[in-house]
Design a binder for this molecule. Structure first.
Ligand code: G3H
Ligand code: 13P
Ligand code: ZN
Length: 323
């Protein structure tokens, strides 16, 4: 099966009450870990590439690695541009064989966001085969590429804007801001309570906004960015093996599971992969200070990422046996 776009994948996910995992890829081991996990779960999957990933690994390597994963697994896989900053970046990816792109003009005024998104949609939909476009309304806190939005400067999506935005842009899916945030420090300690072990408990997601958006856009696929859960088991391994991650906190998996049963068809996960990879490598070095073969320690990182992705597919996304 060749690379696919998100159209049919999201239609099935919406009707089936599950979401597709969109995992960020930066190197071969991450691509392998995600797609081997997806294969063992017989799950469709989105592999997404940020501008930072393109800079780190070069677009041609990422494209060929994803093609290799398609050949290796036979799964329906989407190659998606994450947070495309402008028309040129999206065009470059569409011309280069991506099957889906995100144009992220969410920091621009409403009319400008519409105009840029519309331009990308016209180009993507005229492409043969059709390339799907994700757009965004509202802003998340946290860091993505070079953009840092401070806590307090984020803004929730306004449900009253979504029908006009989708109608005028023609986008295929919409990322909304309901309280998720990028990175491994999603909430400031003062926004949270603490449990009996001193672990931070974040404020709940704004399901009221999600419900209002989906009422206004029946059947339309919604996307959640910033959806790592910062699983404390990995934070613990990292900290017990020389790391220093204090008050790292994410979105509880239960809430993401709930969102996946509603209109959310795509859930973006990057930070959790980074934490799993780092936990595997740190643990390996601590146990084997004499090792210096990258296949040994990066191999352990890959093993942890694969376990994490299987856990996400089964316990959070609900996409097992949907390939
Ligand atoms: O949304 C941000 C993603 O985690 C990508 O991160 O820009 O550091 O590759 P990056
Ligand atoms: P996390 O930082 O929560 O993994 O979010 C990733 C993301 O939204 C990529 O676009
Ligand atoms: Zn994102």
């Amino acid at each position: 099966m060749p690379l696919v776009n998100t159209k049919e994948m999201f239609e099935k996910a919406y009707k089936g009450g599950y979401a597709i995992g969109a995992f960020n890829c930066n190197n071969m081991e991450i691509v392998q870990a995600i797609t081997e996990a997806a294969k063992e779960c017989n799950s469709p999957v989105i592999l997404q590439v940020s501008a930072g990933a393109r800079k780190y690994a070069k677009p041609v390597y990422l494209k060929k690695m994803v093609e290799a994963a398609v050949e290796d697994t036979g799964l329906p896989i989407v190659l998606h541009l994450d947070h495309g900053a402008d028309f040129e970046m999206c065009k470059d990816c569409i011309d280069g064989g991506f099957t889906s792109v995100m144009i992220d003009a969410s920091s621009k005024p409403f009319e400008e966001n519409i105009a840029i998104t519309r331009k990308v949609v016209e180009y993507a939909h005229a492409h043969k085969p059709y390339v799907t476009v994700e757009a965004e309304l509202g802003t998340l806190a946290g860091i993505e590429d070079d953009v840092k939005v401070e806590h307090g400067s984020e803004s929730y999506t306004k449900p009253e804007d979504v029908e006009e935005f989708v109608r005028r842009t023609g986008c295929d899916s919409l990322a909304i801001a309901i309280g998720t945030s990028h990175g491994a420090y999603k909430f400031k300690p003062e926004q949270c309570t603490r449990d009996e072990n001193g672990v931070l408990c974040p404020p709940p997601l704004r399901f009221d906004i999600l419900e209002e958006v989906s009422k206004r856009l029946p059947g339309f696929p919604i996307v959640l960015h910033g959806s790592s859960s910062v699983n404390q088991e990995y934070v613990k391994i990292i900290n017990e093996n020389g790391g220093d991650l204090k008050d790292a906190v994410g979105v509880p998996e239960k809430q993401l599971r709930q969102a996946a049963k509603l209109a959310v068809c795509k859930i973006n996960i990057d930070s959790d992969l980074r934490l799993a990879m780092t936990a595997g490598i740190r643990e390996h070095f601590n146990a084997h200070p004499e090792h210096f073969d990258p296949r040994q320690y990066v191999g352990d990182g890959r093993k942890y990422v694969k376990e994490l992705v299987k856990h996400k597919i089964t316990e959070v996304l609900g996409s097992v046996d949907k390939a």
